[in-house]
Design a protein around this ligand. Sequence first.
Ligand code: ME8
Length: 523
Amino acid sequence: MSDRRYITTPIYYVNAHPHIGHIYTSTINDVYARFQRSLGRDVFYLTGTDEHGQKVETSARERGITPRELADENSAVFRSVLEMFDISNDDFIRTTDADHERQVQGFVQQLLDADMIYLGEFEGWYDEGQEEYYTETKAKDLEYKSPVSGRSLVRATEKNYYFRLSAFQEAIEAMFRDQPDFVRPEARRNEMLGRIREGLNDVPVSRTNFSWGIPVPGDESHVIYVWIDALFNYITALGLGDSDGDRRESRAHWWPADYHIVGKEILWFHSVIWPAVLMALDLPLPRCIYAHSFWISEGQKMSKSLGNFIDLDTLQRYCDSYGRDALRWYLATQGPLGATDADFSAQHFHETYTTDLVNTLGNCASRVSAMIGKYCEGACPVDSGACAGGGVDWADFTSGQVESSIAAMDQFDLAGSISAGLAIIRQVDAFINDTAPFKLAKDPDAHVLVETILYRCAEAIRIAACLLEPVMPTRMQELRAAWNLGDATSDLRSECQWGRLEPGTVIEKVALFPRIEFESSSD
Ligand code: ME8
């Protein structure tokens, strides 16, 4: 892998309000992006809003405002939410940006010129709510009902522009074969492969029944299908549709993306249609489409009518009670990154917070800083090399954890990467129990030994904190400040080298994660 990373979230529809799903995808990308930056890698993290399409036009009409006004309003909500959850995206693209619209038209023109897009007629099963056509097989599987709204699919005929997806049958199959990690996790890849083997049909890429979209170049009676418009965001944000210009010059080198992180419901568009479009344009393909599963809530699919919908207000209440970093921790360690859905429950949230953050990380840091206060006058002691027992080669152990944390994060295994940091803390706890510095402290002759033990504890915690800073930036910076560790250096490996903690550094007592009583009403 090179030293640059380009990572994206889906661009979110402005016809709905942000909820846990959006916050989740944005947060896991953020943890990855911060971690990669901490290694000194050149990261570009893109997110944004998807603003065209029939649903936006209809909702705007219902509210008596223009689609543009609706898009401006809701895009601003999505943008403000990023600050609320400490998301460090490098850009925020809107599909109504003139730069995006111009480039999309350019790409579509290129596809028309190459006869990869043609004007044709189509009849099929159409989901009006989702603005999506289904094949006969899929429609039958769905019992001719929308999987989202439950409303009947309708038989629709349209004169449309089509993308020649069928021409890419072999190329897509070959790409899945040659790049086994193109779609992750594996179970999702197999689903896609199964569907690909049923045969790829050409897909309509324009609409005529509404006008809120980017016109097809040369035929203003059609607008470009919102999905095609939206997928292009990943390259228009880098200026790939321009032959020159500042944006292209400064950003084009990030393509191809390392990870398009998406929810499982939009994987087909990303893993089949998008690569075929890129092949038709002769552009390199992304390295991996990672499709996470869904959050359900209190054991059931989230729904407003069940009262278990996790919207922004609910998330804000969790932040108010437990702190924003605790929410980030829960999302990153307990989220549905694999092929199964994850359950967000108030009880599970509370238990995770108490076990990992209060009893483990918080308790360990406060215990060690309190002992340094009591036995070493609050200054980092010296490791005299005394044989402190406990049987741990700390330099070796911590560098092993650092490497496994980095390797897991490279694979987008957030829970694995974080658990390597937490393993260091658990080792410190075990070491304190084995060596009992609080008992040794009663014996004046053992002072050098106590100092050695406490140096090792503090140094190990410092290293763990470096690994955990991407997931909990605020709390770990609080620890940095209290222990006078200075700012992060963007060279994680050297920062995590054993022995960098300077004896004499003032170590203040910290209380990072207060114990909280469980209130079931916090859901
Ligand atoms: O699909 N659990 O936008 P969207 C986890 N505009 N993640 C969830 C979730 C849940 N219950 N619900 C939603 C669109 N998500 C298109 C994308 S990209 C070129 C165009 C997350 O606003 C997940 O990442 O409906 C999902 O893919 C995304 O929100 C859908 O956002």
